[in-house]
Design a protein around this ligand. Structure first.
Ligand code: IPM
Ligand code: MN
Length: 340
């Protein structure tokens, strides 16, 4: 057997429930026996409120040296007026996604017992560096009655194609290989046409993968009514953001939803985080569901090539039937560790 690789993990615990779910996730990673070290990075709302720091180029360069990044959650308490909207979103999270070229946001969902989508498994492949998130646009005549605000959706051939190709590659591994493009091609005709043409072209490279299309509004109905129709949903940045909250809700709650912000080209580390936010209202009370963070560790282990460890954690999560509100944050982890 070859020597075990030591994976160097950067940990951004962040705010609210972020640090607690991140540390539960690391407990689980530790239990797999995979060899890794962690370095904490103090970033997020609490840090910003302390000294005004968000993220600079030196820290970004430092993060590039790690094999992966685990992020708990970042963000101020809802309504905290001390942090202007977008400061952390654009200055920290999106800066990481864009600078590290994390061009895929991979979000798998498995309907837990009792959920609307019980038994359904599907994933959202969300383009993660473009669309309305790109930062195109601006404001003219600010504060006047004639103010103009524009925020365009940027869709590049390169960005769409690499996202769509990733979606087809993932779909080709499924028992029933299927990619559903979700967009709004009947209204967003320029961007929609590009996405549709790219899907058509890339699909020819994957003859075994069934291809489907839905408008985003219709997809909101199908996610609730018939989620089993999905394999991989591929979509743009904003549609993917919105659909993943809905997908989380129908599969058991956002507390179960994991994500991998991936750089499949491996020109830098990928970042793994629960889909949920900082939930300051339940922070420090042992109430947060750690499963979203723990399932994000599954994605991290897969990305690091630790397939067996990933399967071990995924199996424990799949078997978990406990009541999170009864067990509490650390109790859920204890229960998973018992099954591993
Ligand atoms: C997510 C979040 C982020 C997003 C926010 C915090 C910027 O909602 O990861 O889904 O919109 O992408
Ligand atoms: Mn979101």
């Amino acid at each position: 057997m070859s020597a075990q690789k030591l994976h160097q993990i950067a940990v951004i615990g962040g705010d609210g429930i972020g640090p607690e779910v991140a540390s539960e996730a690391l407990r689980v990673m530790h239990a797999t026996g995979v060899s890794f070290s962690t370095t904490d990075f103090d970033l997020g709302a609490a840090r910003y409120l302390r000294d005004g720091f968000v993220l600079d180029d030196a820290t970004l360069e430092e993060l590039r040296n790690y094999d992966a990044i685990l992020l708990g959650a970042i963000g101020p308490a809802i309504g905290d007026p001390r942090i202007p909207g977008g400061t952390l979103e654009r200055g920290l999270l999106l800066k990481l996604r864009f600078s590290l070229d994390l061009y895929i946001n991979y979000r798998p969902f498995h309907g837990v017992a009792g959920s609307i989508a019980e038994g359904c498994s599907f994933a959202i492949v969300r383009e993660n560096t473009e669309g309305p998130y790109a930062g195109e646009g601006g404001v003219l005549r600010y504060g006047t009655p004639f103010e103009v605000a524009t925020q365009g959706s940027v869709n590049t051939r390169h960005g769409v194609e690499r996202c769509v190709r990733f979606a087809f590659e993932r779909a080709s591994r499924l028992h029933h290989p299927k990619v559903t493009l979700v967009h709004k091609t009947n209204v967003l005709t320029f961007a929609g046409d590009l996405w549709q043409r790219v899907v058509k072209e890339v699909s020819t490279e994957f003859p075994n993968v069934e291809t489907d299309y839905q408008h985003v509004d219709a997809a909101c109905i199908y996610l609730v009514d018939d989620a089993q129709r999905y394999g991989i949903i591929v979509t743009d940045n904003l549609f993917g953001d919105i659909l993943s909250d809905l997908a989380g809700a129908v599969t058991g709650g956002i507390g179960y939803a994991a994500s991998g912000n991936l750089n499949p080209a491996r020109t830098g580390p990928s970042l793994f985080e629960p889909v949920h936010g900082a939930a300051h209202d339940i922070a420090g009370k042992n109430l947060a569901n750690p499963i979203a963070a723990i399932s994000s560790i599954v994605l991290m282990l897969e990305h690091l090539g630790e397939e067996a460890a990933a399967r071990q954690v995924a199996a424990a999560v799949a078997e978990f039937k406990g009541d999170v509100t009864v067990l509490g944050t650390s109790g859920v982890t204890d229960e998973l560790l018992r099954r591993m």
